[in-house]
Design a protein around this ligand. Structure first.
Ligand SMILES: C[S@@+](CC[C@H](N)C(=O)[O-])C[C@H]1O[C@@H](n2cnc3c(N)ncnc32)[C@H](O)[C@@H]1O
Ligand SMILES: [Zn+2]
Length: 372
């Protein structure tokens, strides 16, 4: 069924998008207005990276690909398997007067589009999990190219459905108060473990958890040097539900009991390194600042937090959760921050949670600072 369309604007691009009462996978063509933030970041990231070409592998209405073609100098291939989506992509290309040196619409199965081809930037924005696409992505991405990958199956990644995480991501997970950080780290870890067999390493340029989805931008490099570097960042996390201690460990370092007497629960394998690159965050923020983006304010706040939180890799601590355990009221953030700094501990906020802090202090020190 042909969808009823309405014209909207994202960035400086006009888009015809379906009018739908509900956002459903079975809608004739998919368009999610809530993902504008993610598309804004894509435009800014492409302006920073200036890839030779951009493959929007699963582009639905073409919202992202058409924006990239219109708002950056990069040539785009915009693909979707759905014939109705393909018709809409072509309409959106015409609406913005883009010719075929700027963007080409394609109506192929993603695997078919990628087979035997190489791209400098591939964007994958699937319904749910990206796991079915990852092998083809690592085969088709150029050396030093970028993969941008979305995952919306947060219930699997964050520990609500541990079996689904095991099946799809080959990783063990359980639910903690920092569930969203663990989910992102499982996702990056999975992508890394997939890339290794192609003698390819990854560097996370920028990753974020926003509303119902995860998104990561990975710079890809061929060579065993990069693979070996990546292997150092594939670890397990041990979490104690009694005292809330959490620690990264290698497989041969895992312990059964925590020093508090509680038992450790183990999640992983997962990524224990930076999930963004500080310099890339700065470039991204500068592009956002100088461009026309409806989500500019939100983007600046998130980029700044993500840049700041890369110094410490141990997952964030949720102050409310610790206070509940201690049966004390939550302290003011300013006073708490001051306590950490006066005692020479690092402390930053996190984009994952308004009540989270990231610090190199251990759980016992954190508890002391909260009480005093
Ligand atoms: C979540 S939507 C993409 C949304 C889009 N990136 C945006 O920003 O609006 C996922 C799209 O993937 C398409 N799709 C699913 N499987 C595919 C495949 N194997 N090959 C190509 N397209 C596929 C669907 O038709 C759907 O339009
Ligand atoms: Zn413990």
């Amino acid at each position: 069924m042909t969808p009823t369309l309405t014209e909207i604007q994202e960035g400086t691009t006009k888009l015809l998008v379906p009018v739908e009462e509900k956002l459903l996978k079975k809608n004739p063509v998919f368009y999610n207005p809530e993902m504008e933030f993610s598309r804004d970041i894509s435009v800014a990231a492409t302006r920073v990276l200036k890839p030779e070409n951009f493959c929007d592998l699963l582009c639905a209405s073409g919202a992202r690909g058409v924006r990239i073609a219109n708002e950056t100098g990069t040539p785009v291939i915009a693909n979707d398997i759905n014939p109705l989506a393909y018709e809409l992509i072509k309409k959106n290309i015409s609406l913005n007067n883009l010719n075929d040196t700027k963007i080409i619409a394609s109506n192929l199965n993603a695997q078919e589009l990628l087979t035997g081809k190489n791209y400098d930037f591939i964007d994958v924005d699937p319904f749910g999990s990206p796991v079915h696409f990852t092998d083809s992505l690592f085969r088709s991405i150029k050396n030093r190219g970028t993969l941008a990958i979305t995952a919306t199956d947060t219930a699997a990644l964050c520990g609500t459905y541990p079996k689904a995480c095991r099946r799809k991501y080959d990783s063990q997970i359980f639910h903690t108060e920092y569930y969203n950080e663990l989910g992102l780290r499982v996702l990056i870890g999975f992508a890394t473990r997939n890339s290794l067999k192609y003698d390819t390493g990854i560097t996370p340029l920028f990753s974020h958890c926003t509303r119902h989805y995860f998104r990561m931008y990975l710079r890809v490099r061929r060579g065993s040097k990069y693979v070996n570097e990546n292997l150092k960042n594939i670890k397990y996390i041990q979490h104690c539900f009694s005292c809330l201690k959490r620690v990264y460990r290698n497989l041969d370092e895992l312990k059964e009991n925590c020093s508090c007497g509680g038992k450790f629960n183990t999640a992983g394998p997962l990524w224990s390194g930076n999930f963004a690159d500080a310099e890339f965050c700065e470039d991204l923020a500068a592009e956002i600042e100088s461009g026309i983006f409806n989500t500019k304010g939100e983007a600046q706040k998130i980029i700044s937090k993500i840049k700041e939180e890369q110094e410490i890799h141990v997952p964030y601590y949720d102050i409310h959760k610790i206070c509940k355990k201690l049966k004390v009221p939550s302290p003011g953030m300013e006073k708490l921050t001051q306590n950490f700094r006066e005692n020479n501990f690092k402390i930053s906020r996190t984009h994952f949670s308004g009540t989270g802090i990231r610090t190199d202090a251990g759980i016992n020190e954190i508890k002391e600072f909260i009480i005093n």
